[in-house]
Design a protein around this ligand. Structure first.
Ligand code: GDP
Ligand code: IMO
Ligand code: MG
Length: 441
């Protein structure tokens, strides 16, 4: 103890990487527990930018063990590439551990992801096409290939052949690309290259927790992309909510003490699906440009909108959030008035108004936001380091959000840099924030 889970409270890209990097300074271990290289986590420090897809965002600290947990789906080619890039930039990856039980993304998963999107025609999900869905599907069908299988040629080949069998028909157009022997050899090579990192990662987590060290569980994506609780079917194929941290890292729920939700001060979404506060006007474009809202993984323009308090309250409940890290507040500087969505109105039934997140897909898909307008501010926030540095209107904005969601905002992002944060007074209620903020002051 203590264990802290950090999750996205929106549709991903909330700035989790930056928050985890910051907290990792005081953590013994950082564990990714779900998703794969559909994630893109950005860290900006010392004039350098780092983008991690699979490697945990604590890797820049040599003393922090970084774990890719059993719940992650791993593309070993991408992982080897990330390791090489880090080595080339002088980062030691000796402390990277890869769960022997994590499932692998195979070349045919990439083809199936692409094929699935094409089949959906005009209505694709807009996946990252990294093979995430098909890899999790094979895991559930018990046809998955695991990290440990890369270490035994006979088992590997047998398992790949078994996994390919039911896909024969679907993969017919790609027959030339699917060569059992070639895939086996390629994955044996990856196994060889990754062997030194492969470990019983749950045991690493238990040891750190038993010794009373800080352990961070790094979420990817966000609550509204959760396969059970998100805007299905426009979701990812895993559970980005905090409950999945226990399963995906191999610890029990009682090992989790704090749950931090990361949310932007507005909303973005990349890919298709309902987005009740989406803006199609100049304000939306302004947020996109000022916030550089283009995907870290695919480069796609992110859809933008005002902060959605209905969705954020839902995320708070789904994750039992104990703290919020509100990022990118600096991006809202310069708006005369800032809107926040407090309720949804149904487009099919004009009289239908709700302040809770609708479970019914038809309601959700046609819901539009109803807003409160708050006073904006003009000051640049990039240099603010304490709450008293923030303009009164920005402080009022934080107080409004905190009151509406019922969760303390402990940290506010005022720029992409590691140092561009404001710890609020409420941070004193968090063990990990206390450790990091205490060290910073
Ligand atoms: P993640 O997937 O949740 O880790 O988020 P991404 O890295 O995909 O996207 C967040 C983007 O916002 C990155 O480019 C970050 O460098 C940037 N960022 C994070 N926090 C802040 C902030 O407080 N202000 C500004 N302006 N940018 C931020
Ligand atoms: P991070 O960790 C934002 C979205 C895709 C698509 C849907 C399904 O950087 O926050 P998938 O490839 O997972 O099957 O795509 O999920 N998506 C993300 N959006 N941030 C992410 O990760 C995402 N990972 C997947 O755009 O809509
Ligand atoms: Mg991202």
């Amino acid at each position: 103890m203590p264990g802290t889970v950090i999750v996205g409270a929106q549709w991903g890209d909330e700035g989790k990487g930056k928050v985890i990097d910051l907290l990792a300074e005081r953590a013994d271990a950082v564990i990714r527990f779900q998703g794969g290289n559909n994630a893109g986590h950005t860290i900006v420090h010392g004039g350098q930018t780092w983008k991690f897809h699979l490697i945990p965002s604590g890797i820049l600290y040599p003393g922090t063990t970084c774990v890719i947990g059993n719940g992650v789906v791993v593309d070993p080619g991408v992982l080897c590439g990330e390791i090489e890039d880090l080595r080339a930039r002088g980062v030691d990856v000796g402390n990277l551990k890869l769960s022997a039980n994590a499932h692998l993304i195979m070349p045919y998963h990439l083809l199936l992801d692409q094929e699935g999107e094409q089949k959906l025609g005009k209505n694709p999900i807009g996946t990252t096409r990294r093979g995430i869905g098909p890899a999790y599907a094979d895991k559930a069908a018990r046809l998955g290939i695991r990290v440990q299988d890369m270490l035994d040629e006979r088992i590997l080949k047998k398992k790949i052949a078994a996994a390919l069998e039911p896909k024969r028909q679907l993969l017919r157009p790609y027959a030339r690309e699917i060569d059992l022997q070639a895939i086996t050899e390629q994955y044996l090579t990856y196994g060889h290259r990754l062997e030194q990192h492969i470990a019983d990662t749950a045991a690493i987590a238990w040891r750190a927790l038993d010794e009373g060290k800080h352990v961070l569980f790094e979420g990817a994506q966000g609550a509204l992309l959760d396969i059970d609780h998100g805007t299905y079917p426009f979701v990812t194929s895993s559970n980005p909510v905090a409950g999945a941290a226990a399963v995906g890292a191999g610890v029990g729920p009682k090992d989790i003490d704090e749950v931090w939700g990361v949310s932007k001060a507005y909303t973005t979404r990349v890919g298709a699906g309902p987005f009740p506060t989406e803006l199609h006007d100049d304000a939306g474009e302004e947020i996109r440009q000022r916030g550089h809202e283009f995907g870290t993984t695919t480069g796609r323009a992110r859809r933008t909108g005002w902060l959605d308090l209905v969705a954020l309250r839902y995320a708070a409940r789904l994750n039992s959030l104990t703290a919020i890290s509100l990022t990118k507040l600096d991006v809202l500087s310069g708006f005369d008035r800032i809107k926040v969505c407090t309720r949804y109105r149904g487009a099919l039934d004009e009289d239908f108004v709700t302040d809770t997140f609708p479970y019914h897909q038809s309601v959700l898909h046609h819901a539009t936001g109803e807003y409160e307008e708050l006073q904006g501010w003009t000051e640049d926030l990039g240099e603010c380091r304490s709450e008293s540095d923030l303009p009164q209107a920005a402080r009022d904005y934080l107080a409004y959000v905190e009151e509406a969601v019922g969760v303390p905002i402990v940290m506010v992002g005022v720029g992409p840099g590691r140092e561009q944060i404001v710890w609020t007074e409420r941070a004193s209620g968090s063990a990990i924030a206390g450790a990091v903020a205490g060290a910073a002051t």
